[in-house]
Design a protein around this ligand. Sequence first.
Ligand code: AMP
Ligand code: GLY
Length: 444
Amino acid sequence: MKVLVIGGGAREHAICDAIYRSKTTELYAFMKNLNPGIAHLAKQYQLGQETDIAKVVQYAKSHKIDLALIGPEAPLEQGLTDVLQKQNINVCSPSQKAAQIETNKAWMRNLLQQYKIPGQLKYHVFSTTDDAEPFIEQLDGNIAIKPLGLTGGKGVRVAGDHFNGTAEAMEYIQQVITTKIGGAAQVVIEEKAIGEEFTLQAFSDGCTILTLPAVQDHKRLLPGDKGPNTGGMGSYSCADGLLPFLSKKEYDQGAYILSEIITSLRKEGYPYIGPIYGQFMVTKNGIKIIEINARFGDPEAMNVLPLLQTDYVELCQAIINQELSDFHIHMDEQATVCKYVVPEGYGYQSVINQPIHVNEQAIQNCGARLFYASVNQKDNMIYTSSSRSLAVVGIADDIPQAEHIAEEALSYIKSDHIFIRHDIGKKHLINQRIKHMDMLRAIT
Ligand code: AMP
Ligand code: GLY
């Protein structure tokens, strides 16, 4: 079986690693940067823009690919799934229409509304600034402002975190509408949810979903969850699949919301195939939907895919054949801590083209997993680009041990121009999150 993975980040390295473990597979890769981890696993790879649909399809056809998996959201938005399927290639990723659940935030909120799916936030879509002001006042200024389309995680601004007061809100709304941030002259304004965020990833065959362990991603750049939002600085998951602030009932509520979304998409005529990622907030009033993504999370894929004992290619086939209702996913019941290494200046202005020395053997010896991200390999050396560089994942019976393994692995990565949030997975940070949630639950 010839499998093609599209994308060159650490999430895609984790996907390739899971595919590679399926012994009957030949792995092919299409990526925009030369990810050394993917290049090592793949029988062959092609460098190119992942949104260059014609080039990806040509590559898939010329290598007689049987199955394709699309890692990032941008090619999903461009309809890569649909075009590959027209060439009779199986694709374990959503169609362009189904991926609107991520690629159009207004469409997503309207779908939740139409099908009365729980966890919805108050929201409104605006095309002019003037109309927005009364709605902001109605919500006492506690809002999140979102461009409709994809912005690479950089477009959302939340009251209190990124702006203060109506005037600053209006300024950003004006900017989104006039400069069409995210591709449309429209903006979604929604109620700000207060609580603790978690990620729930699942596989969908269009009817049935099978959920994976919950993960908490730390999006803020600086220790203590401070500073600007990033693509994610690291993440952790627990051996029981829950999180220290998340009950089984709340996990089940997240799973129920995801399955309701899958049902509504099917009713709309857009059956959802592949991984789906719910970004939820536990609030004192229950679980709220922050976003739904049409792919795995990055870093969250690195928390769950290494635990997968089930043959990933067999799982993809069960998804495509709509057989998930009879399928069981076997996962190692272990805790994971993932920490990203990012270039110095990441979040503001990354210092690029700087060498990073990675002692792969020592990292392997300490039992950690290593996933390369947006680095480039030249003459056996690895260089930073403007995005996240690589990640290490510690896996153990509990979080403190997993965190310890991740830190040991990081000691074998050397560069004068990298930055790491060492607090991720540490007891004091997790206790801070538990305390925050306890405090919110205590308010009546
Ligand atoms: P996104 O790029 O949509 O994933 O959003 C980035 C971050 O903004 C999320 O991880 C949340 O922390 C925050 N955010 C987005 N929407 C809301 C909301 N309605 N209420 C509170 N925080 C939000
Ligand atoms: N963990 C953030 C994302 O994948 O969008």
